[in-house]
Write a protein that binds this ligand. Structure first.
Ligand code: DAH
Length: 347
């Protein structure tokens, strides 16, 4: 009787262990646990029936049943650990990265060629003692024109095809010269300052004109400044931004805010100034670079400075033009066409 029961327990235990060996995942394992170790599992039923047996039988059967339960519990825990370890390994294999693979290259950005030229210009001019004041692009007519000796109705206004934001008093600055009045109000001489940034003009766009372009305007006011200071400063600048043996030429030009006014040309790099049938300078031997002059007494006066005591020189130049000459670029529109094939050449 008892030995039959012992055989049964043994058989139950073997069957359970056999089944456990084929359990492959967490769900099946849980079903197995409920079936063989749960409250209604056969071994537990045996245990709850022990009370009806004689003490001797009860002990033998009880010990055997408990031993079987412990064996199943241990086997369960071992299988659980195995399955967990396997799941970890599988996840590891799935998520594995090959750290020896070469990385994906990042496309490094670079500065726009105009930004590069601006930085180069500023570096040179700062080493000469000029400071940078970048001022507003939306400006008052007063600073763009009037303070610069260009009253309303003055014919010189035609030199700047101006875009108005709120006519007639607010506009998009047509030149960076528009800061000179503000600078004279804010600073006391000696003044050596630069205004760098965008300008806007109501312009028919072609190979040499854009409706937006940059300018660097230089402005120096002190006691005793002469045209020689202007020529010396701008020639030294040209020798650094272009090449050391470049020659400069100054000719009379008209700008309402300077007297005298000049334009500066540099010797052509293609023909070295010889001209002839040079396609770059079209035979002139010279390339016009910028406008300049001695600050007009009326401009100094409008800025609250005594023209009997102070004099100054000023100039305005376009980084686009400088870049076109430096790099032999024929069309200004390339700078703002966002074509990477063009832009990537300026590493
Ligand atoms: N602002 C002028 C222009 O846009 C350039 C210029 C000429 C600036 C003479 C100056 C200057 O400061 O003195 O054409």
């Amino acid at each position: 009787m008892v030995s039959d029961s012992l055989d049964e327990i043994q058989a139950l235990r073997d069957a359970a262990l056999g089944e456990l060996a084929s359990v492959q995942d967490a769900e099946a394992l849980e079903r197995w646990r409920v079936a063989y170790l749960g409250r209604n599992a056969p071994l537990n039923q045996v245990l709850s029936g022990l009370g009806k047996l004689a003490p001797e039988q009860r002990r033998t059967l009880g010990q055997a049943t408990n031993a079987a339960k412990v064996a199943l519990q241990e086997a369960y825990e071992a299988r659980l650990a195995e399955l967990k370890a396997r799941a970890r390994e599988e996840a590891f294999a799935r998520e594995r990265v090959d750290v020896t693979l070469p990385g994906r290259p990042l496309a490094p950005g670079r500065l726009h060629p105009i930004t590069q030229v601006i930085e180069e210009c500023l570096h040179i001019l700062q080493s000469m003692g000029f400071q940078v004041a970048s001022t507003r692009e939306v400006e008052l007519d007063y600073y763009n024109f009037e303070v610069l000796n260009i009253p309303p109705e003055h014919p010189a206004r035609d030199m700047w095809d101006t875009l108005y934001v709120q006519p007639p008093s607010v506009l998009l600055r047509a030149h960076t010269t528009a800061y000179q009045g503000r600078m004279m109000q804010e600073l006391t001489p000696p003044i050596r300052i630069l205004n760098v940034g965008r300008n806007y003009r109501f312009e028919a766009v072609d190979a040499t004109h854009e409706w937006m372009f940059h300018q660097i305007d230089g402005f120096a006011v002190d006691e005793g400044l002469t045209l020689a200071d202007l020529k010396g400063t701008l020639t030294a600048f040209a020798q650094q931004i272009f090449w050391p043996t470049v020659r400069t030429r100054f000719r009379c030009d008209y700008f309402p805010f300077v007297e005298p006014g000049v334009d500066m040309s540099i010797s052509c790099h293609a023909c070295e100034g010889r001209g002839g049938d040079c396609p770059v300078c079209r035979g002139a031997g010279w390339l016009e670079i910028l406008g300049a002059g001695m600050v007009h007494p009326k401009v100094l006066q409008a800025g609250g400075l005594d023209p009997e005591r102070y004099s100054g020189f000023a100039w305005g130049m376009g980084p686009e033009r400088i870049a076109m000459i430096k790099y032999g670029i024929q069309d200004i529109r390339l700078f703002y066409g966002n074509d990477l094939r063009f832009l990537e050449q300026f590493a």
